[in-house]
Design a protein around this ligand. Structure first.
Ligand SMILES: [Zn+2]
Length: 272
C-alpha cells in the first residue's frame, strides 16, 4: 500500500483542487481514504479544504472512533463509513458542494438525461438522494438504497458525493459530475435538448459494464423517437425498459426540457 504520509499529502492536494475550483466554501466538504480492513483516514472537522496540513488528517476505525490523539474527524464521517460498509471495493469518498450540481439537487431536477456519452460511461446513473440533516444518521441513511449501484450521488438541498477505487478516481468523478451539471444548465438555457437515443445509451452502458462499472441508469426525457427504449444497466446485464415505467431505484422526475427552458428564461427576465 502507498505510505500513509503519501496518502495524507494526496488528500491535501485534492482538497486544494476542490477549494480552488469553488466546489466547497469555508470549511465545507470532506475527503477520506480506506487504509485497510479496519481503518480510514479522513479530513478533520472545521478546516478549509484549501489549506490543509497532512499532519492534521484523522485516522478512524470503521465504527468512527478517532484513533488519532486530540483530533476530531469531519462531522460527516458517517456518510463515508456508510459507503465503506456497503461497498468493500471502494477505497475513497469525496464530498463537496459544487454549485451547479448542488443547484440541481436543490431544485430537485435529477441529472438523468442522457446528454453526454463520457458522463454515462464514467458515472452511470446519478441518483438524487433524499435530504438528511448534516452530521446525523439522517444524512447517511437515505444513501443506503443507492450505494450498491452508483458511484456519484446528488444530495437533495446539500451537495454531491462521489466514490472510487482510489482517491483520484473519486475526485475526478466529482469533476465530471460538476462539469456535466454546468453543461446541462447551459443547455437548458439555450433551449431544446437533444438526448441520446435509447440504443446509443445501451451501447455506452455495455462499454461501462465491460470496464467493470456497475449501476442502474434510468434516463429521463430521451428524445421522442426513443422515449420507450431507454436502457437500464442492472449489475452486469443490460436491460431495455421504458423510461417512464422504470421500476427500481430512484423515481426520476419527468422533466420537460421545454418547461425548464421557459422557466429559466422567465427567471432571467425577472432578474434583469
Ligand atoms: Zn456537506
Amino acid at each position: 500500500m502507498t505510505g500513509l504520509h503519501a496518502i495524507k499529502k494526496e488528500i491535501v492536494e485534492i482538497g486544494r483542487r476542490i477549494y480552488n475550483r469553488g466546489y466547497a466554501a469555508a470549511n465545507d466538504g470532506n475527503i477520506s481514504v480506506r487504509l485497510d480492513s479496519e481503518r480510514i483516514v479522513i479530513t478533520p472537522t472545521g478546516v478549509s479544504k484549501g489549506f490543509m496540513d497532512p499532519d492534521s488528517m484523522v485516522i478512524c476505525s470503521l465504527e468512527g472512533k478517532s484513533l488519532t490523539r486530540n483530533a476530531c474527524p469531519s462531522s460527516e464521517i458517517k456518510m463515508h463509513l456508510t459507503v465503506y460498509a456497503n461497498r468493500p471495493e471502494i477505497q475513497s469518498v469525496v464530498h463537496a458542494h459544487p454549485p451547479y450540481a448542488t443547484a440541481f439537487g436543490i431544485t430537485g431536477i435529477p441529472l438523468t438525461q442522457a446528454m453526454l456519452p463520457e458522463v454515462i460511461m464514467t458515472l452511470g446513473g446519478i441518483p438524487l438522494v433524499e435530504y438528511g440533516t448534516p452530521g446525523t444518521d439522517a444524512l447517511s441513511r437515505p444513501l443506503i438504497p443507492y450505494i450498491k449501484d452508483h458511484d456519484a450521488f446528488l444530495m437533495q438541498n446539500h451537495g454531491a458525493l462521489t466514490i472510487g477505487n482510489d482517491l483520484s478516481t473519486a475526485y475526478y468523478r466529482m469533476e465530471t459530475l460538476e462539469h456535466f451539471a454546468h453543461i446541462a444548465f447551459i443547455s437548458h438555457l439555450l433551449g431544446k435538448i437533444h438526448t441520446l437515443p435509447g440504443p446509443e445509451v445501451s451501447k455506452l452502458l455495455d462499454i461501462r459494464r465491460k470496464q467493470g462499472g456497475t449501476g442502474v441508469f434510468h434516463p429521463t426525457a430521451c428524445n421522442s423517437a426513443a422515449a420507450d427504449a431507454c436502457a437500464i444497466l442492472e449489475t452486469g446485464e443490460t436491460v431495455v425498459e421504458s423510461a417512464i415505467t422504470g421500476a427500481s431505484g430512484p423515481k426520476p422526475q419527468e422533466i420537460s426540457e421545454h418547461f425548464i427552458a421557459e422557466l429559466v428564461r422567465k427567471l432571467l427576465r425577472e432578474l434583469s
